[in-house]
Every structure is written in C-alpha cells, then in structure tokens.
Ligand binder design. Structure first.
Ligand code: FES
Length: 201
C-alpha cells in the first residue's frame, strides 16, 4: 500500500498523540507474521542472524514468492519498495534470524542516483536497511509525489537517490545503505551495511 502526502501530513500532525501508539506499532511490527519477522531476540551465534555478506542472494520476505530469490526483473521503477532478507548462496540459509537484516529494494532511474551512490546501485536498483531510524518500523511506503521512501508510522521520508538521507519527518538519521551488484544477471549483495542500522539513539 502506498502513502499519500495527505496521509503523511495527517500522521505527522498527530505525532505527539500517537507517540505511545508508535511504540505499540513498532512492537507489533516485530511480530508481523505476514512479514515473517521473528519476535525473539537474535542469537548472535545463529548463522541466520549474521549480517548480509558479499555474494548473498536476496529473497522475498512475504507473498506468493516468499523465500524465493529476487531477480532484477522483479523490480520496476515506480513500484513500492520490496522487502527482502539476504540468503547465503551455499547453504541457502536465509538470514532472517535478526530483524536488523531486513532490507528494502527499490528501482529508480539510474541517472537520478547521486554520483557518490552509483557504485552501490545495480542497474538502478538500490538497497537500504528497511528498519526506520525513528522507532524501528519497517519502511514500506513510497511518497507518490516525489517517489521517496516513506515510513508509515510517523511519516519520515528518505531520499533513495541520495543515500536515503532524511528529507522529512522525525527520523534522526538516514537508513543504512547496502551495496548491490549484478553477477551473470543475478542480483547480489556486494558488501556490508554502510552506516548504523536501525533505531539507535
Ligand atoms: S518509526 Fe517513526 S517515522 Fe518511522
């Protein structure tokens, strides 16, 4: 579902009132079965909780194709962000043992990506941590006017063409970026997160 400007304005104006609701929303987000988000804290010894590694595939988090590998053709310019988890290509183990590993993928016009960020993109596909830096909700929306990333909890807006910098709302800092690459036509992780991941105050 997309976020309209009016929804975002309304959400921001109610910010103080929904502060407590936000905490509830975020705790609910940690247990959303449709997103397959584990409720328990990650065990650091669990390989599924390891951060994304170079060469990892990316798989759908939910929907008919849950746990299937995401191909470049699955992502189109103007579409909503696609939520993904990394998957180890050797063991095919999905790194869903930590909510922090949740990634959003978005395809934009390659010419619109800031020059400093182009090396992280793969044919216009960019990837960022999906965990909002405000209260940790998954960032799943798109501001239809400007095609920026929108967090539905309190309306934070991030610019996917410029390192996911905050351009609106209460988020204190940008989303961590995840470099991508195309290898023989396959979309893969090219390196670790750049920047702090998730809600850290
Ligand atoms: S959790 Fe508050 S704007 Fe994202």
């Amino acid at each position: 579902m997309s976020v309209k400007d009016s929804d975002i304005r309304s959400c921001c104006s109610r910010n103080l009132l929904i502060e407590r609701r936000a905490l509830l929303a975020c705790s609910l987000a940690m247990t959303l079965p449709g997103l397959g988000i584990p409720a328990a804290r990650a065990d650091p010894a669990d390989p599924r909780a390891a951060r994304p590694q170079p060469g990892d595939h990316l798989v759908f988090i939910s929907g008919d194709r849950r746990e299937q590998i995401i191909a470049p053709a699955d992502l189109t310019v103007g579409a909503l962000p696609t939520l993904a988890y990394p998957m180890d290509p050797a063991s095919r183990s999905i790194r869903d043992g930590s909510r922090v590993n949740m990634i959003l993928l978005l395809r934009v016009n390659p010419d619109e990506i800031a020059e400093s960020d182009r090396s992280r993109a793969a044919d216009g596909i960019v990837a960022f941590s999906a965990i909002c830096t405000h209260y940790g909700c998954p960032v799943t929306g798109l501001d239809q006017a400007a095609k920026n990333l929108a967090c539905k909890c309190h309306g934070s807006i991030f610019d996917p063409r410029n390192n996911a910098e905050v351009i609106g709302g209460p988020a204190p800092r940008r989303l961590a970026a995840l470099p991508l690459k195309l290898e023989e036509g396959e979309l893969k992780v090219a390196g670790g997160f750049s920047g702090a991941v998730g809600q850290q105050r």
